[in-house]
Design a protein around this ligand. Structure first.
Ligand code: ZN
Length: 457
């Protein structure tokens, strides 16, 4: 009994200790929760001189909050210092307003966009925009730099942005000054601070004054994901649905592995007689070819282009109006190339990646702007000049070699006839007739945007 009692007392003592411990811990936890809950989300501070209104960001990442709170705190301090030296206003008050927006629509990336609007006298409010990005997966703060494929991608991004901003200006009759836009979009990471991954593409927001006059306000552009290939890391790109039209490209490329390969390419089309005659005869030689089309012609030959694509021929870009790209400014170069790509894509549903610049005229700037692979030629038939099918065929046959790219024009029936004649003869010499796409796959070539391809070796 006594032992039991003692034991009971000891237990009680221990229990007291234990429960007071638990109690203390609970108070501490509740207290912490309370303090945490006490984080000010909204601050209003108004007196006869000024008004401060801050909507503090509410997000889960403590890192992100530390950044944003710090930024707001510093800006508020600067504001108060600035107005402390000013006389009170008569009819209004000095103002400091901070608000934010959260975007959360792509692959674990949370965007927090701060917007501070200040009035410290003068004609209008001053605005400060700041964006932060948080990678939920890696628990890290990231910036545009982390999304770029390579360091040089920024140049390409700047060029693309320039094109879309000027397009925005044209579409809305805003008359932006080209030089001003270029400066606002110069190759500096800070110029591309505000962005969002939305459904249609990568959206960039340029605050007032960055690229144009103040009244133009905030400028938003959207660059389709398809165009950011090689610029933004692939895992962040959400491609649009491709291939509305099914390409019956069931060729088993293995059957060509022990053949000599030749790529027939046709520029300046499509045309009604030439292109269709060619398409109707390709099966005879188990041939597929490549068309470098003009955007301005494509609209009028939709059926022909659709047929060519469906059969498994490759469609490439030969600019919109057969321009000498070396003579155009960056914006016009992009216009020539993009308009053509868009027109082709509207018809075939597929992205074009090959560019053949008219006259073979290209330089590294144009390559950067276009973000496409440059395919030139090594066998020039001069078909447009001689318009002689036997001469054309003779030239191709006597100069043929494995990996050759032949230049022809499907505007002329004689060129098509010459090509078919050459195929008939070359087939007996062990040649197979493949598209640029197929040749690259068979030869397992890793294409490089900076190179010119005269042949595929
Ligand atoms: Zn041409």
């Amino acid at each position: 009994m006594i032992l039991k009692k003692r034991y009971k007392i000891r237990l009680t003592k221990f229990g007291k200790l234990f429960f007071s411990g638990i109690f203390g811990l609970t108070v501490l936890i509740l207290g912490l929760a309370f303090i945490n809950h006490q984080r000010v989300f909204y601050e209003k501070d108004e007196n006869k001189n000024y008004i401060v209104e801050i909507n503090y960001p509410k997000v889960k990442s403590k890192q992100l909050l530390a950044y944003t709170d710090d930024y707001i705190k510093n800006k508020k301090k600067e504001f108060k210092e600035e107005i402390s030296m000013e006389e009170p206003l008569n009819s209004s008050k000095y103002e400091f307003k901070a608000d934010y927006k959260v975007t959360d629509n792509n692959n674990n990336i949370l965007g927090l966009h701060l917007n501070i609007s200040e009035y410290t006298g003068g004609a209008h409010h001053v605005r400060y925009d700041k964006s932060y990005y948080y990678n939920k997966e890696s628990d890290e703060i990231v910036s545009i730099k982390d999304f770029l494929e390579k360091d040089t991608s920024l140049d390409k991004l700047a060029n693309l942005s320039y094109y879309y901003v000027m397009k925005y200006s044209d579409d809305n009759n805003l008359n932006f000054d080209k030089e001003g836009v270029k400066e606002g979009l110069s190759f500096n990471l800070n110029n591309f601070e505000h962005f969002n991954f939305i459904d249609d593409g990568l959206e960039f927001i340029f605050p007032p004054y960055q690229i144009a006059y103040y009244a133009a306000g905030e400028i938003k552009i959207v660059i389709p994901y398809d165009e950011l290939n090689g610029i933004i890391k692939n895992k962040y790109l959400k491609y649009s649905k491709k291939n509305n039209i099914k390409q019956d490209n069931n060729r088993n490329l293995k059957e060509f592995s022990n053949k000599k390969l030749i790529a027939f390419t046709f520029d300046d089309g499509p045309s009604y007689i030439g292109t269709n005659k060619l398409l109707d005869n390709l099966d005879k030689y188990n041939a597929r070819v490549t068309f470098f089309v003009l955007g301005s012609r494509v609209e009028n030959y939709k059926d022909t282009l659709t047929k060519a694509y469906k059969m498994g021929n490759t469609i490439g870009n030969h600019t919109y109006s057969h321009s000498n790209l070396l003579k155009l400014d960056n914006y016009s170069v992009m216009d020539e190339i993009k308009k053509t790509n868009e027109t082709i894509k509207n018809i075939t549903g597929s992205e074009t990646i090959y560019l053949r610049p008219p006259y073979g005229n290209i330089n590294s700037d144009i390559k950067n702007i276009s973000n496409m692979y440059t395919i030139l030629w090594d066998l020039d038939t001069e078909d447009w000049k001689n318009k002689d099918k036997d001469r054309i065929a003779g030239y191709i046959v006597s100069n043929a070699h494995d990996g050759a790219i032949v230049l022809l024009h499907d505007l002329y029936e004689t060129s098509v006839d010459g090509a078919l004649l050459a195929m008939e003869r070359l087939e007996k010499e062990g040649y197979a007739f493949v598209t640029i796409d197929e040749m690259i796959k068979i030869k397992d070539i890793q294409l490089d945007i900076n190179k010119n391809y005269y042949q595929i070796k």
